[in-house]
Design a binder for this molecule. Structure first.
Ligand code: SAM
Length: 235
């Protein structure tokens, strides 16, 4: 055996691909379990560190589609402050975090998801980690005329004090714009609206349309990997 070939590296090389995949998945699942356990042990008002958020992303393993660390940190900051109810548009790692940081305090989280298979993945993670108080709703995308947006088929709370907008996907007609007209009756000037991907032209357009429709104040936070917006105002 040459100096660079160790028993472990040899074993890895000889291991069939499907087995490698199974072992990688098991490793990631354990990393996610561990990271979520740490989040669930945070004290009131505490939020996960950047290192813990990076562990969560690694364990969640949805690179490219998952929320970035800076945005996750803001979701957590707002999640620990929410007092009434949280609306989430587009589910994923943020759903688990909101369930732990808001749901566990009795602040319900209503998450809209249009993809059946994706909803199954998020629902199974919520169940596996015993994260309750999250209503993960299958909400197909509906044509509202000038835009397309989620169509929740069940009654929603009358008021949300936090809205987290990370869906629907940007190639949807009107992108994330529909949140404001569809949810207008359920949000007001006290509601904090978070919009991810604020560096993209499609989200610039959404922000411009919201500003044209309502007296909102927009604060864009630039981050090394992109931007997100905090939106508030008279709706
Ligand atoms: C930007 S993602 C939402 C990410 C989520 N907030 C998170 O923290 O992970 C928006 C939507 O993309 C879809 N999506 C997420 N991951 C996906 C994947 N791996 N493949 C296909 N669609 C995906 C889901 O419908 C999701 O609601």
């Amino acid at each position: 055996m040459s100096a660079s070939v160790t028993p472990t590296s040899l074993l890895k090389r000889l291991m069939p691909r499907p087995l490698k995949r199974v072992m990688k998945d098991a490793y990631r699942r354990r990393a996610l379990d561990e990271a979520l356990r740490h989040v669930s042990q945070l004290g009131p008002g505490q939020t996960p560190s950047t290192a813990l958020l990076e562990d969560l992303q690694e364990g969640w393993d949805n690179h490219g589609m998952a929320a970035r660390t800076d945005y996750l940190a803001e979701v957590c900051r707002q999640g620990v402050r929410a007092e009434k109810a949280v609306l989430e548009c587009g589910s994923g790692l943020t759903t688990l975090l909101l369930g732990l940081l808001a749901g566990r305090r009795g602040v319900g989280v209503w998450s809209l998801e249009h993809l059946i298979e994706w909803r199954k993945r998020v629902a199974s993670a919520l169940a596996r980690h015993d994260i309750r108080e999250v209503h993960l709703l299958l909400a197909p995308l509906e044509n509202y005329g000038s835009f397309t947006w989620y169509s929740p088929k069940v009654p929603l709370p009358g008021y949300f004090d936090l809205v987290v907008c990370d869906g629907p996907p940007s190639d949807t007609h009107g992108g994330r714009y529909g949140m404001l007209p569809v949810m207008r009756e359920r949000i007001d000037e006290r509601t904090m609206i978070l919009l991810d991907d604020a560096e993209r032209p499609s989200e610039h357009q959404v922000l411009r349309q919201w500003q044209a429709d309502a007296a909102v104040t927009i604060a864009v936070r630039e981050t090394p990997s992109g931007a997100f917006a905090l939106v508030r105002g008279t709706l």
